[in-house]
Each structure stands twice: as C-alpha cells, then as structure tokens.
Design a binder for this molecule. Structure first.
Ligand code: CU
Length: 779
C-alpha cells in the first residue's frame, strides 16, 4: 500500500472542484436552467472529451498523479495534466461501469433559490422571526450575516420583488438501452405532481435518446438531492446535490462557508444482482463464485443484520476507498478535501446516496452542531457524530477552532460483528484542512468516548450503543425552532399501519409493504388517471399480510385530512423468526412530523431480544395494530408540535416510527424504501392525495406511453381524411369560417358584419369548453 502522504498530492487537483455551495444562477428573478445528460461512463478512464471521442484507462502513479495507458499497446503513455485529472472519475480506484450525470460523480451540484417572497415579506421575516438575539446556538454565524445583509437587502429589494423563479432541468437520456426519470428528492412539487420524476407513477419513463424538460418551483428550502428514479441507476452513480437557498438572508451561502458532502457505498454489484442473491439465499457466495471465502452477513450493535452483502467501497463526493478485505485501512486513492480557516463557521450539507449501507459521520477534533434534517431547520444539537441512511440529509455547522493542521472526516459503516466476533467498521475518509498550505495526511484520531465523557450519536437505528460509552439520540428528539401549528390535536385523524417486511413468495423471501410487492401500472396514473388501457393489478385481490402478493398498491387519502402513518418493521412469518434490517422510508411530495419512535426490546447487553410490545401482529389476518387499542385512530398522545419535519425516516428493526402530516398536496405520490434493491424488488407503494378532480390537470403535452390496444375505429383514423383529427369544436369553427368566406362574396357588407359577430361568439364559447389554464388546488 502506498503511503497516504504521497497520495494526497493528487487530492489537490480535485479538492475544490465542486464541494462548495454556490448558486447556479446569480439572478433569482429569472428561470434557472440546467442541462443534465445521463450516460454510461467508466471510472478510472480518461475521456478525450466529454462527448465521447477516444478514451484511455488510467492508473495511479506513486507520486499521486494519474498516468494514461495507451489503448493500442497497453503501454504507459504520459502523466495527465491537473486539468485532465480533474475530469477523471476516480471513485474507489477501480474500473467500473457507472451511470452518471454529465460524466461526473456526484452529478453537478444544482443550487437554486427558493420561490421568491416579496420584499415586504422578507423584511418581516428578518425583523420579527430571525432577529439575531433570538437565534440560539448559531448567533455569531447568523449575526454576521445580518450585518452584512443590510446592503444586500436593499439590493434584493430592488431586484427580487414579486418574482417567482422557476427551475428548468433539461434531461437527456444518453443511455443506450435503459429508460430513466429524474426525481428531486425533498421537493414537494406542489401544483406540479407530474414533475416529481417517479417513473411510471408521475410520468412516462424517458427512453434512450429522448429529452424531458422538468419545470417547477423550488420548494421547500434546504439540502436536497437529485437522482435517477429507475432501476439501479442511482447506486451506479446517478445522483447529485440539489440545494434550495432559503430566500431570507440568513442562509445565503457565502463563499467557502457551505459544503456539499455526499456519502455513499459503492458496490461491486448492481441492486438487481443483490435482489437475486438475497432472494435465493445465495448471498453467502457474493464474494464471487470462484472465490473461496463465503460471506456471512455483518451485524450492527444490537446484533441484527447490517450488511447482507459485502461492503466493497464507499465514497465521499465520488472519491474513496476500496476494500479487498473486511479490515479498514487508509485511503489509497484521491479523497475529498474541505478547506477551512481558523475562527470561521462552516455548514456541511450531508446527503447519503447509498444503495444499502448507512454511515456514521464524524470529524476528528471537532464536534458537529446539527442544524437541519431533510431540509428542515431544527434547534442546534451538539453531537459527536450523526448516522445517515440512504435518502436522509443532515446539515451540521462546524466551528474551525483548531489553530492549524488537517483532520480526518470519517464515514463509518454500522458494522460491528461478524461470525459472533467483534469487527472494525468499514470507514471511508475525507479531509478537513486548515489554511492554504500543502496537503498532508492527517494524523488525527477519533475521539475517545469515555464513561465520564460519553459521545452523543444522532439517529442510531437502535436504542443503545452498548459498551462504547455512547449515547444515542433518536432523530425524533430533534426540535423545530417553533412549533408547527398545522398538526395539533385533531378531532379526526386518519391512521394507517404500514409494515415494511419480508414475506414468502413460494420459497423465496421478498420485500413488501403489508405483504404487497409493488407492481407499477402500465402507464403513470398522474398522467392518465382514467386510462382504460392501463394495466393495474388491484390489491383488493390480495390477502393482507401473510402471503406475498404483487399488486399496484395505492392508498387513497382525502385531501385535507390529517394522517398518521405507523411505519413498522415487525415480524410476519408464523415461525416468529425476525428477518430484516432497518429501512429508510422516503415519502414523496411531503414533509412529515416524526412524532414517535418505538423500539424493540433489548437484553442487558444491548442486544435485540424481542419485537416492540406496542404493536400486535395478527397472524390470522396479517394486519398489525396497536396492542393498546386506546391508542387507535390517532389517539396516541404525541402532542408535541415541535417534532422535526422529515421526508425520509429510519425504522428500527422490530420497531416503528409514527409520522403525522396534513395531506394538502394533491397528487399520486410514491413512498418506498431507499435501500435500492428493496425498492427494486417492490417495497414501495403510491399514496394518492385527493381525487383526480382535485389535482391540477397534467399538461396536455406531456409525453405519452402505456399499453396500446388500437381499436378498429382508431385504426380507421390512420387512413382517413387528416382533417378528421381536428376536434369537434375546431371543425365547427372552420366550417363556419368557410361559410363566412362564401358569405363575403355574396352578401352585403352589413350582413357580413352581423355574421362575423355571431361567429366570434360561437368560437369563443367553444374555446371556453376546452383546456385553457391549469386550475389551482384551491379551486
Ligand atoms: Cu428497505
């Protein structure tokens, strides 16, 4: 292994390529246009130019530079320039087929402004709501902003009054053989549910060679991300940061003060392969059929499954470490560097884009002040580390309070045991570097947690972190700055139990929600709500629970109702065997209040020993419900309106999470596990808010797709007079106009005048019957 000091030379070329948060469009009053091209790409390959052309593999030299291998004779050609090196996706140093936006890993950051408030509204927000003296914890950071913001406010007053900027993303599918769609994870797409990018639900898939333009208002503000919403594309690299800057001045990014940090595992296998291995219980061979060692699943601190397939690599901002064995070591390959200056404050916007593994993020020598999750601001909470699951986001503030030097930023897996033996977690690294000096490998070490000074870890998927002097704080314990008034005690709360678990389909295990595996309809219901050609298998044909049943699982919710979902992951099989792992569940189109986390039971060593006693599983009906029936129908007392708002919730194995939300965003919204191979297999459903007449009408020029079954009548149309394609109203108008022309020749001027008036009235009334504008949800 090469010494890390040498390798850090290469980090220089990459360090500031894309990790600082900066708006794509300076002017928030204009639509912000971004172009994304999704294509295959190879890591550790130098493309002569982005639009393909020649490509040559590269290797790493001992001095940290990349060298080009000539493709004709496989000889070393030359060392790449820094500029050329910056265009090579190094990932974990292996050559791997990837699916990337604009050839970059992660994809290019998209940073836009929140839908604009008027100046008057912003002014009130500053003076009343966010006066520096009232902001706890982050006072220095925010108050600097306030002082600096006065001039800016006057400028913005002139510039931004009454604007509604729009984001326009033009996506081209340059994959040769796969369709795709683009989801902005965290945006609500209020009034534009057809722009949500859930392929097959909110839109037709974008086929190879096609282009699809997404137009929407960016809301809510915060740290979000974009990713492909089809097949395995996300875990092959099809993701990138998406930040919506809050349109008051406190959060305006300042150069060098905010960073994107995207962490993800980087697996050898696509999730389809993992589905098949897990489903057939062949996973023990997943090291490769030719290799001797069989794999046994690693366990987390509570003794339950952590990694069902081997951890191979992990990346921070597309750069990281490859493991050949289960032991951790220092990075061999370029890693991300975040440059800071003593005395300043920094905001890290952290997103987990993993296929499967969660990560515990920490920075040697520094504590993290968590200030937001899933885009939503929370009261600052000081922690040693934060656990982040696929789909989640955490923003933390960090004070650069060291005099100088470099410190490891660590992303550790939650693996703790294998074959009953204690193991070290797999760790990938980035570097927090002070000042402008040379890049050197940190010599820092992880904080030592002691009984006197225990470490606080946010968002563990288990209640305790035994024997390491660690205190786990659940995400539900975070608190909003001010209570959300919309979700108080309501006289009527709709309650649904959703069990994310595995069920037997003949002799194989499959992921499900309440025993149902999601089968997509043949055309997206958001585009074709009344498509009589649409193939859907109604879940009414399924029995709840015990036996796997594939169907188009849709939960219908009345617009305006207050909804409580109990998201559980409890045992289902009659033998009482617990199988499963923590799931990160993502709800599209909404932020929900996480009002309660229910844990399973543990022994005095902290190991799992039983399902939560709060929930009953009825083996006869396959339903789950509260054990205490007096909690039913939303009566469970969770009356704390300051519970945090999230869109991706981690459900502990054998436990549950209660979320509450106001169903005020009409549309067909996808809900699914963000472990990609669980989602691919069917741990997904649609929750439909409002009826079709309450949803904005999908624009008529949306692309078409779906089952085709041309009738004889429509076939006849193909050979008929082209004029027959005209709608009745238009035809009527044209006929009338033809008569009018005849009349012009034969009638007197006064008769022509009278007839024209008549025609205009007739045409106008016909046009009024047609599609003229998008009705708003208030209508
Ligand atoms: Cu899952």
């Amino acid at each position: 292994m090469t010494h890390p000091c040498l390798l850090l030379l290469i980090g220089v070329a990459f360090a500031f390529r894309s990790n600082e948060v900066a708006p794509n469009c300076e002017d928030a009053t204009e639509p912000c246009e971004v172009t994304l091209e999704l294509g295959f790409s190879l890591t550790m390959v130098h493309y002569e130019q982005r639009e393909r052309g020649g490509a040559s593999p590269v290797n790493l030299r001992p001095d940290g530079k990349l060298r080009l291998i000539r493709h004709d004779d496989c000889q070393v050609d030359r060392t790449l320039t820094d500029e050329e090196m910056s265009r090579v996706v190094t990932a974990d140093g292996r050559h791997k087929l990837s699916i990337l936006y604009n050839g970059s890993l992660p994809g290019p950051p998209i940073v836009v402004y929140e839908n604009q408030e008027t100046y008057e509204q912003m002014s009130v927000a500053i003076t009343k709501k966010h006066a520096p003296a009232k902001v706890e914890g982050l006072k220095p950071w925010y108050s600097n902003e306030i002082h600096g913001a006065r001039k800016q406010r006057r400028r913005l007053e002139r510039k931004y009054r009454k604007t509604k900027p729009e984001v326009v993303i033009t996506l081209t599918n340059a994959l040769e053989d796969e369709s795709t769609s683009l989801h902005i994870h965290g945006l609500h797409q209020r009034n534009t549910p057809w722009m949500d990018g859930a392929g097959g639900t909110s839109q037709c898939l974008v086929n190879p060679g096609e282009t699809f333009t997404y137009r929407f208002i960016a809301n809510p503000p915060g740290t979000h991300w974009y990713h492909a919403h089809h097949g395995n594309q996300r875990s092959m690299g099809a993701y990138g940061p998406f930040v919506v800057i809050q349109q008051n001045f406190m959060q305006k990014p300042i150069a060098n003060t905010e960073f994107h940090l995207m962490v993800s595992d980087w697996m050898d296998s696509p999730s389809d392969r993992i589905v098949e291995l897990v489903r057939r219980e062949a996973v023990s061979y997943s090291y490769g059929f030719d290799n001797a060692p069989c794999y046994t699943s690693t366990k987390q601190a509570d003794g339950l499954d952590c990694g069902v397939t081997p951890f191979t690599s992990a990346l921070i901002n597309g750069k990281g470490v490859h493991y050949n064995t289960g032991t951790s070591n220092f990075p061999d390959w370029p890693i991300e560097i975040f440059k800071v200056y003593t005395g300043s404050q920094y905001r890290f916007r952290v997103t987990c884009a993993s296929m499967t593994y969660a990560f515990r993020i920490s920075v040697d020598g520094h504590s993290l002040r968590v200030v937001a999750t899933d885009g939503g601001e929370v009261l600052p909470r000081e922690v040693e580390s934060v656990v982040i699951f696929a789909g989640e986001r955490y923003d933390f503030a960090l004070t650069a309070d060291a005099a100088s030097g470099s410190f490891w930023i660590r992303a550790e897996s939650l693996e703790r045991y294998q074959n009953q033996k204690r193991i070290e977690p797999h760790t990938t690294y980035a570097i927090l570097k002070y000042g402008d000096g040379a890049d050197v490998a940190p010599t820092s070490s992880k904080r030592n947690c002691t009984a006197e000074n225990p470490c606080t870890v946010l968002n563990c998927p288990y209640r305790h972190h035994p024997d390491v002097h660690t205190v786990c704080v659940p995400a539900a314990d975070l608190r909003l700055h001010s209570a959300d008034p919309t979700l108080g005690r309501h006289s009527k709360i709709r309650e649904d139990f959703l069990n994310f678990h595995y069920v037997l389909d003949h002799d194989t295990w499959k992921t499900s929600i309440n025993g149902k595996g999601f089968q997509a309809p043949s055309s997206p219901p958001q585009v074709y709500p009344n498509d009589d050609q649409q193939a859907m298998k109604p879940c009414s044909e399924c029995e709840d629970g015990n036996i796997y049943c594939g169907c188009t699982h849709i939960l219908e919710i009345d617009l305006g109702s207050v909804v409580q979902f109990v998201l559980a992951t409890t045992v289902n099989n009659p033998a009482g065997v617990l199988n499963g792992n923590a799931h990160g569940i993502h709800m599209h189109g909404h932020q929900v209040q996480v009002v309660r986390i229910g844990w399973p039971t543990y022994d005095d060593q902290g190991f799992y020993n039983g399902l939560t006693p709060d929930i009953m599983y009825d083996h006869h009906t396959g339903h789950i419900r509260w054990t205490n029936m007096s909690w039913s129908d939303g009566a469970l007392d969770v009356l704390d309106n300051s519970a945090p708002l999230k869109d991706t919730m981690v459900i502990p194995v054998g436990g549950y999470v209660v979320v509450r939300f106001l169903a005020d965003n009409p549309g067909y919204w996808f809900m699914h596990c963000h472990t990609e191979f669980h989602n691919v297999e069917g741990m997904a459903m649609i929750f439909k808010v409002g009826n079709d007449s309450q949803m904005n009408r999908t624009p008529q020029n949306m692309r078409t797709c779906g089952n085709q079954n041309p009738s004889s009548v429509s076939l006849g149309l193909l050979t008929a007079d082209p004029s027959i394609e005209m709608t009745e109203d238009v035809t009527d108008c044209r006929d009338t106009l033809r008569i009018l022309r005849t009349a012009t020749m034969s009638l007197a001027a006064i008769a022509l005048f009278l007839l024209s008036v008549n025609v205009i009235i007739v045409c106008q009334s016909s046009a009024d019957k047609g599609y003229t504008s998008i009705p708003t949800s208030e209508e």
